[in-house]
Design a protein around this ligand. Structure first.
Ligand code: GLN
Length: 381
């Protein structure tokens, strides 16, 4: 029998699957994996049905339905006053994670280094390693998870191929500010360093903050792959639809990789999104809508012994449980799922060395009644 020499020897099953399975097994409220538990927009769902019935069921263009790419370019111009060429600079992908995987696979050679901020979304490091490259880890500064740019400068070497950014940030909800952009601009100016920017939570931003997209800054965009997700915008994470924006020269190489992997994405969904995207209110109201949920959750959780850390975006709110237990994060998250009936994500899984600050990630993109019941159960701790 042939045996596989693992390309990812130190990797197990992703924590999202582990915690969702446990939540199902114990019939717990699932505030672990990030997804809404309320229905997606009925009009958009209807548009997909219509596209299917109208016969749009075969492959569409490898880079995505041209009309959808045009609508995305218009959206980008409206939001970020940047002109992006829909023919050469946008590719529709099966989800944001796929876009990140493809971009990293496009640029990385064995031995290249990539600056990764920790806690890091769990796909980043395996994707770097499977390409034979090396993650160079930079801790975000606890408890508000800001970037220590002096440390970044020290970690840059002749081998640095890319810097990975994620704003709003999963799992912490931290967002980049204008000062971060200035630091980044000065670090990359005149270098061959790429930027891989995960912006899947672009609209989920609170407290009057603006989304510091790479798309706003020509000197950053010229070296960036910027990754987005329709699932996060339209409450349909199960659709696995997203897109990548990059300058034409970079996108040409990205497409070489993409064409032999997914090749193209769901055709009826792309027809539906083409019609739905110009209805701006659907994405413009998302920030305020989710901010209300975050605030409601924060208020409910005041009745527990959990202590919130600042979150200004994403689906997520971190809580310290240092006053409740000194168990490690994984054990505590599992026990809370089994005994209290509320699933969460231990933040230590987003650190390569498993750094444990006694912090759990809770997803608040849920119905009010779900959040209320969850907080009720967590009060018992
Ligand atoms: N992005 C989602 C989260 O952070 C999970 C996606 C997945 O399950 N792979 O919860």
């Amino acid at each position: 029998m042939p045996e596989i020499r693992s390309k990812l020897p130190s990797v197990g099953t992703t924590i999202f699957t582990v915690m969702s399975s446990l939540a199902n097994e114990y019939k717990a409220i699932n505030l672990g994996q990030g997804f809404p538990d309320y229905p997606m927009n009925a009009e958009l769902a209807e548009l997909v049905n219509k596209a299917m019935k109208d016969g749009y069921n075969q492959y569409t263009h490898m880079c995505g339905l041209p009309a959808l790419r045009e609508r995305i370019a218009e959206k980008i111009e409206g939001l970020y006053t940047t002109n992006v060429n829909p023919d050469t600079e946008i590719t529709i992908t099966p989800g944001g994670t796929y876009a990140i995987y493809t971009a990293l696979t496009t640029i990385l050679q064995p031995g290249d280094e990539v600056i990764v901020f920790e806690p890091a979304y769990d796909s980043y490091i395996p994707t770097i390693e499977i390409n034979g490259a090396v993650p160079v880890l930079v801790p975000l500064v606890y408890p508000d998870y800001k970037i220590d740019w002096e440390l970044v400068k020290k970690k840059i070497s002749g081998k640095t191929k890319a810097i990975m950014l994620n704003t709003p940030h999963n799992p912490t909800g931290a967002v980049l500010g204008s000062n971060d952009i200035k630091e980044l601009q000065s670090i990359v100016a005149g270098t061959g360093i790429f930027i891989l920017s995960d912006e899947v939570y672009e609209h989920l931003i609170f407290d009057g903050k603006i989304h510091e997209s790479m798309l706003r800054y020509p000197d950053l965009l010229e070296r960036s792959f910027v990754c987005f997700s329709f699932g996060k915008v339209y409450d349909c994470t199960g659709w696995k639809m997203g897109y990548c924006v990059a300058p034409a020269g970079l996108m040409k190489e990205f497409r070489k990789v993409h064409q032999f992997n997914a090749f193209s994405c769901s055709t009826p969904v792309q027809y539906a999104l083409t019609e739905f995207l110009p209805k701006k209110e659907n994405y413009l109201q998302l920030g305020p809508h989710l901010q209300k949920k975050r605030d409601h959750f924060l208020e409910l959780m005041q009745q527990t012994r959990f202590k919130p850390l600042p979150s200004h975006g994403s689906y997520f709110q971190l809580y310290s449980y240092a006053d409740i237990s000194d168990e490690n994060e994984k054990d505590f998250a599992i026990r809370v799922t089994k005994e209290c009936g509320v699933a969460s994500i231990p933040v230590s899984v987003f650190y390569k060395d498993g750094q444990d600050n006694k912090v759990l990630r809770f997803c608040f993109s849920k119905k009010e009644s779900t959040l209320e019941e969850a907080a009720n159960r967590l009060r018992k701790l």
